[in-house]
Design a protein around this ligand. Structure first.
Ligand code: SF4
Length: 88
C-alpha cells in the first residue's frame, strides 16, 4: 500500500511533504525541470514506505493512505500510479 496525493494539492503544490519524505518518493520536486508543468505533486507507490511523515506536513490535507482515500478523490489513486508508470 502507498500514500496518495489527492485534489487539494492542485494549485497548492506546497512542498513540505517533499522535505519530510525519507525516501524522496514525492515528485516533481521544485528543483526538477517538470515542476512548473504539473498542477500537483505525486507519490511513487512503489517507493513509498508508508511511514506517514508527509501527511501532517500538508497544509491542505491532500494526502491519504491508499485504502482511506475519500470516495470523491478515488481517481487520484490511478493518477498517482500512472504518473510514475506503475501498475495498480
Ligand atoms: Fe514518503 Fe512516507 Fe509520505 Fe510515503 S508515507 S510519501 S514514504 S513521507
Amino acid at each position: 500500500m502507498a500514500f496518495i496525493i489527492c485534489e487539494p494539492c492542485i494549485g497548492t503544490k506546497d512542498t513540505a511533504c517533499v522535505d519530510a519524505c525519507p525516501v524522496d518518493c514525492i515528485h516533481p520536486r521544485s528543483d526538477e525541470d517538470n515542476f512548473d508543468d504539473e498542477q500537483q505533486l505525486f507519490i511513487d507507490p512503489e517507493e513509498c514506505i508508508d511511514c506517514g511523515a508527509c501527511v501532517p506536513e500538508c497544509p491542505v490535507e491532500a494526502i491519504f493512505p491508499e485504502d482511506e482515500v475519500p470516495d470523491q478523490w478515488h481517481d487520484y489513486i490511478e493518477i498517482n500510479y500512472k504518473w510514475f508508470g506503475r501498475e495498480m
